[in-house]
Design a protein around this ligand. Structure first.
Ligand SMILES: Cc1cc2nc3c(=O)[nH]c(=O)nc-3n(C[C@H](O)[C@H](O)[C@H](O)COP(=O)(O)OP(=O)(O)OC[C@H]3O[C@@H](n4cnc5c(N)ncnc54)[C@H](O)[C@@H]3O)c2cc1C
Length: 416
């Protein structure tokens, strides 16, 4: 049996590890564009100069050797023949597979701003080469950057650029930073901290055009509110889509919605022996769920009957300017719901709880994230608050199982 995995990210490598546990004899090959396994969540540390490439890996250096996995790096796959079960690599190699997992993640998308896509000094932040490009353009001199988008990726980039001594402007369409995770008071806390580091924010407005100099570089951005922001380079962090770059016309028909690969609850596509996991499925865009999908895909590839159940993706940990936060569930409920909101502010700590009919729907913890595991389980499982038999103080629940009374217990380890 030859298992081929396209993508060495969260889903791909977790699947490879699980496959090796379940099938000691099968051949496993991982193909990736990346030079080495890199955690996207750590890329900003490379830009900031705080970590080298080797320190961005999320698997130990002996991972491939010890698990007897062939790793073909720096090799994009331009097409797959699903009928013949052959993958064609950029280096000319043709790779036959028995079972294939597509785990190519997501790709950054540029907003349709005139003058942006064609310019030479516009960067996204998704792969190591993006981080390398940004680190290089920071240089050592007096530079000004505009970051488009104040989500997790944009704020990661902004923080790293500030650490490099770059002057940073952040433009955000919503009325606040980190709008998917924070409410207005929490967003204000973070914005103030960034401003103290020297960042300038332009919220509630959009970039409408990019002005280029004679060298084809963006030299200023024009905003919908009438402002013009001069800059030396631009980092775009305003959205991502499933990465279907491998899926050229020659790739035949891989089932997909308009932008993602469709899978069933076994992470199977409807093409025989082809599975998909992680951001490429469009199910979620967070690391822990990509890992879980990789595990389920691998188990089914190895002949087990494994169902993907965890679709709760509204949990995000943030840590900017030394201030940690945990955003769980619905922290900005629509006004027309029956939600009750309770907030607590004490010094640098801000907490908000959203309940509806006795059930915790959302929790926002800023400055003190203790109890986060408890709240996450309550929101995720919709357990009525009055049934909570005990309150425990675990910050992360992914490694624990939770019963119907919100008591946690250690799940049995999966046998090798
Ligand atoms: C800057 C940044 C910060 C983030 N921070 C967080 C965070 O704090 N918390 C969180 O939960 N999530 C975070 N995320 C999201 C998280 O990284 C993703 O959800 C997760 O990496 C998805 O895993 P994946 O395996 O689907 O894809 P990825 O980890 O992106 O891996 C994709 C793999 O596919 C390979 N590949 C792509 N195309 C091809 C091709 N044509 N041929 C060969 N190989 C190919 C790539 O080289 C790579 O190895 C962040 C993302 C970014 C970009």
């Amino acid at each position: 049996m030859h298992y081929v995995i396209l993508g060495a990210g969260a889903a791909g490598l977790k699947a490879a590890e699980r496959l090796r546990i379940l099938d000691q004899k099968g051949r496993i090959t991982v193909v990736a564009e990346d030079v080495s396994p890199v955690s996207r969540c750590l890329l900003h540390h490379y830009i900031a100069g705080a970590r080298a490439l080797d320190d961005l890996s999320f698997v130990p250096s002996y991972f491939f050797g010890e698990n007897n996995i062939r790793f073909i790096n720096k090799s994009a796959c331009p097409s797959i023949d699903f009928d013949q079960k052959v993958m064609r690599l950029h280096n000319g190699e043709r790779l036959r597979y028995d079972r294939l997992l597509i785990a190519t993640g997501a790709r950054a998308v540029l907003p349709p701003v005139p003058g942006l896509a064609q310019a030479g000094n516009v960067y996204t932040l998704r792969a190591f080469r993006d981080a390398e490009g940004i680190a290089e353009v920071c240089g050592t001199g007096d530079r000004t950057a505009v970051v488009i988008g104040a989500g997790l990726v944009g704020m990661d980039a902004a923080q790293a650029l500030l650490q490099r001594g770059v002057k940073v402007h952040v433009v955000e369409l919503a009325d606040r930073v980190l709008p998917l995770y924070l409410d207005a008071p929490a967003a204000r806390l973070y914005q103030t901290l960034f401003e103290q580091e020297g960042a300038a924010f332009h919220t509630g407005t959009a970039v409408t055009s990019a002005q280029q100099n004679g060298a084809g570089q963006v030299c200023s951005l024009v905003l919908a509110n009438g402002e013009t922001v001069p800059c030396d380079f631009v980092v775009v962090a305003s959205g991502a889509r499933p990465n279907l770059a491998f899926s050229s016309q020659k790739s035949g028909n891989i089932p997909r919605t308009s932008s993602a690969i469709e899978v069933d609850d076994h992470m199977r596509t409807s093409t025989p022996d082809v599975y998909a996991a992680g951001d490429v499925t469009g199910i979620s865009g967070i690391w822990p769920l990509a890992v879980k999908q990789g595990i389920v895909a691998a188990e089914n590839m190895a002949g087990k009957d494994s169902v993907y159940q965890d679709t709760f993706s509204k949990i995000n940990a943030l840590n900017f300017c030394g201030l940690p936060a945990l955003s769980i569930g619905e922290v900005n409920p629509p006004e027309d719901t029956d939600s009750a909101i309770e907030t607590l502010t004490s010094g640098a700590v801000y907490k908000k709880f959203v309940t509806e009919n006795g059930i915790l729907r959302g929790a926002l913890l800023v400055g003190d994230i203790a109890g986060g595991g408890f709240y996450a389980a309550m929101v995720k499982r919709g357990i009525p608050l009055k049934r909570a038999a005990q309150r425990w103080n675990e910050n992360f629940t992914d490694h624990f199982a939770v019963d119907e009374k919100a008591r946690y217990f250690y799940a049995e380890p999966t046998p090798r």
